[in-house]
Design a protein around this ligand. Structure first.
Ligand SMILES: Cc1cc2nc3c(=O)[nH]c(=O)nc-3n(C[C@H](O)[C@H](O)[C@H](O)COP(=O)(O)OP(=O)(O)OC[C@H]3O[C@@H](n4cnc5c(N)ncnc54)[C@H](O)[C@@H]3O)c2cc1C
Length: 284
């Protein structure tokens, strides 16, 4: 690190990774806006209404698609059901994304999600890379030029050695052992809406790693393009919770929602004041 470099500015919300062009992309492959508008809300609504109605699901669905139910009422029911955590109703709709140019650092985090999501990833066994691309983190791009140079030399050196190994007849599946975490990769990801909301809750949180946070900002943008209504459900987990539960935010540096410690402290204060006034606060 350059000893002359100014200390990094501390801000409330960690710097938005979207400020840097990262060269990664997330494109919604399926469904398009027409399909979402015509069928997605009706499918969720049918799942919700079936639980509370004598009507057969096929009839609810037909009426919903034919516009016989008020759109705002359908959305209100869906909102209530999602807020109540009845998540199976939103497992009936899926979104398929093409995710390109992300680092292996990101993909390793992404594929840790198991429930309601499917992945297919570019193979480092079967693909013989002629010109493997890599990701340069913003902190290193902005670091002392000597340090940045060392990083770039190391990464370039790894890719050169990969070429040499492959040219010497070493199988790609073994030569790849030299690839750095910075190596870019491509995936196809299909997730149902419940899984997508859960993943977004974790990965849009300011505690998430910058690259995966950026990816989920792009994913949210894609969902908004086809449905602003469904897009609003993709938010950091503190938004629907109403408080932050991250240990790393006990100091409250991220102000999106108050940390739960503060909420509990405020409750204890309120209970104390009530007790002093001869009342007990009701506890469910
Ligand atoms: C900020 C951050 C830091 C992280 N740091 C680390 C780290 O240092 N080391 C590390 O190893 N991982 C780390 N992770 C990964 C994390 O532990 C999870 O593996 C990852 O986020 C996947 O989430 P999930 O477990 O909710 O899985 P999902 O597959 O998305 O599961 C969705 C939900 O389904 C339920 N579920 C799924 N599978 C099961 C099951 N088998 N049994 C019971 N319930 C289940 C759970 O309620 C779960 O929350 C980190 C994640 C984040 C967001």
């Amino acid at each position: 690190m350059n000893p002359e470099a100014a200390p990094r500015e501390k801000t409330g919300i960690p710097r938005n990774p979207g400020r840097h062009e990262l060269g990664l992309s997330a494109k919604l492959l399926f469904p398009d806006r027409d399909i979402v508008e015509r069928f997605y809300v009706p499918i969720i609504y049918t799942a919700c209404r079936t639980c509370y109605s004598e009507m057969a699901p096929e009839e609810i669905f037909r009426k919903a698609v034919d516009g016989e139910f008020d759109q705002a009422k359908m959305q209100k029911l869906i909102n209530g059901v999602i807020e109540s955590g009845h998540g199976s109703t939103i497992e009936h709709i899926v979104f398929t994304f093409a995710i390109s140019g992300v680092s292996r650092t990101l993909s390793h985090q992404l594929v840790r999600h198991r429930a309601g999501v499917a992945f297919d990833q570019q193979s480092q066994r079967y693909v013989k890379f002629k010109d493997a691309a890599t990701m340069l983190p913003g902190t290193i791009a902005e670091a002392d030029p000597g340090l940045r140079g060392k990083f770039e030399d190391q990464v370039e050196g790894s890719l050169d050695l990969y070429d040499e190994l492959v040219k010497a007849g070493i199988p790609g599946e073994d030569a790849r052992f030299v690839f750095p975490n910075a190596t870019r990769t491509n995936l196809v990801m299909t997730a149902n809406l419940r899984a997508l909301i859960h993943m977004s809750g974790l990965r849009l949180c300011t505690m998430a790693q910058w690259e995966i946070r950026r990816l989920f900002q792009l994913i949210r943008h894609e969902i908004f393009q086809v449905s602003p209504f469904l897009g609003t459900f993709l938010a950091p987990k503190c938004v629907p919770l109403g408080y932050c539960d991250e240990m790393g935010n006990r100091d409250g540096h991220c102000p999106i929602r108050p940390h739960k410690d503060r909420v509990l402290d405020a409750w204890a204060e309120k209970a104390k004041a009530a007790r002093a006034a001869g009342r007990e606060l009701p506890v469910a």
